[in-house]
Design a protein around this ligand. Structure first.
Ligand SMILES: *Cc1c(COP(=O)(O)O)cnc(C)c1O
Length: 360
């Protein structure tokens, strides 16, 4: 069986080991005589799957007890609306940092619910850097500050999680959650679509500090109210059962790999290997400024759309796939999520070097 190196930005590569275990357990999970796909979410077998997934996630991410972990649906995109509905309620004002297309979308949704103050933006330079955020920029009366920790499309990341003082920090961490060690105490809320670094599509993980969910108004539709899901342990209705199960297997793999500290080291090594090849080449450049470069999504260009296209086609023939940039920006992008093996990056580096020599 021939597998490719898949650099997709999401849904993305999963550890081969995870897929093999899922394959083995497909028809008969753990002696239950059925697939997890067929299992009642209320069964004791499934309850143990979701509980273990939460426990392992808390352990890997060092999530303190004063935070709830939720397994929801609707993607990060639904969180763009749920966050302001539930939390832009006291002063009906929030501070947003605009660092790319996903931030723009979050801002657009929040504007439906109150006053959005864009306190920093990198739109002036086509989002090629991460805007600086300092404590004095935060509005005293903001209900929260919202950031995007990693810009999947532009290949930049928030270099240091900012200190927002008394104002809770809410983060869309879809494309770099669980990629490096974070102090969870810096955040009020973290949310992420699972399909980049956690598991399959159809699952959104939300981490909510308990004191924040105490003030949610009750006029919010039941399914859009975080309290509903907190009170019912993500079991108010049927959760995305199979995705949660696969995420559990991914977490087992993370623990086996050595946890977040080890993973962060591997991720940094993979990214610098690729950035070095780009920087040393004649043809390719990475538009993101060095100090804000993403270690998950490496964006690069030749500056010639035809040459970019040729690169994507020839790479594909070598089993290096999904290297095209986001349809809104073009160019090239290699996503190096946790599950991308070092061998994949090495193969890509070799290909870049060869392509560079042949097409100068
Ligand atoms: C992929 C992505 C999204 C959108 O996620 P969906 O789950 O498809 O809604 C939002 N924000 C960031 C940073 C992303 O990378």
């Amino acid at each position: 069986m021939e597998r490719v190196f898949n650099f997709s930005s999401g849904p993305a590569v999963l550890p081969l080991e995870v897929l093999k275990i899922a394959q083995e357990q497909m028809l008969n999970y753990n002696g239950s005589g059925m697939s997890v796909l067929e299992m009642s979410h209320r069964s004791s077998t499934y309850l143990s799957i979701i509980e273990q997934t939460e426990t392992k996630f808390r352990e890997i991410m060092s999530i303190p007890d004063n935070y709830d972990v939720l397994f929801l649906q609707g993607g990060a995109s639904l969180q763009f609306a749920m966050v302001p509905m539930n939390f832009m309620v006291k002063n009906k004002k929030a501070d947003y940092v605009n660092s790319g297309v996903w931030s723009e979308k979050a801002i657009e949704e929040a504007q439906r619910f109150g006053t959005v103050n864009v306190i920093a933006s990198s739109e002036d330079k086509k989002y090629t850097y991460y805007p600086k955020i300092t404590l004095d920029m935060i509005s005293k009366d903001a209900d929260y500050v919202h950031i995007t920790t990693n810009n999947t499309i532009y290949g930049t990341k928030c270099p240091v999680i900012p200190d927002t003082g008394e104002v809770p920090l809410i983060a869309d961490a879809s494309s770099n959650i669980m990629s490096e060690v974070w102090d969870i105490n810096k955040f009020g809320i973290i949310y992420a679509g699972a399909q980049k670094n956690l598991g399959p599509a159809g699952l959104t993980v939300v981490v909510v500090r308990k004191d924040l969910s105490e003030n949610i108004p009750d006029n919010i539709p039941t399914m859009l109210n975080y309290k509903t899901h907190i009170d019912k342990g993500s079991m108010f209705n049927t959760p995305s059962t199979y995705s949660i199960y696969i995420m559990g297997l991914v977490l087992d793999w993370v623990i086996k790999t050595g946890g977040l500290k080890e993973l962060e080291k591997i991720n940094r090594d993979k990214a610098s290997m690729l950035y070095d090849a780009i920087d040393e080449s004649v043809l390719f450049t990475a538009p993101a400024v060095k100090e804000d470069r993403s270690i998950m999504n490496v964006v690069f260009v030749t500056g010639k759309p035809d040459l970019d296209k040729k690169f994507v086609t020839e790479a594909k023939a070598k089993g290096l796939v999904t290297l095209n940039g986001h349809r809104s920006v073009g160019g090239l992008r290699a996503s190096l999520y946790n599950a991308m093996p070092v061998e994949g990056v090495e193969a890509l580096v070799k290909f870049i070097q060869k392509f560079d020599k042949e097409n100068r």
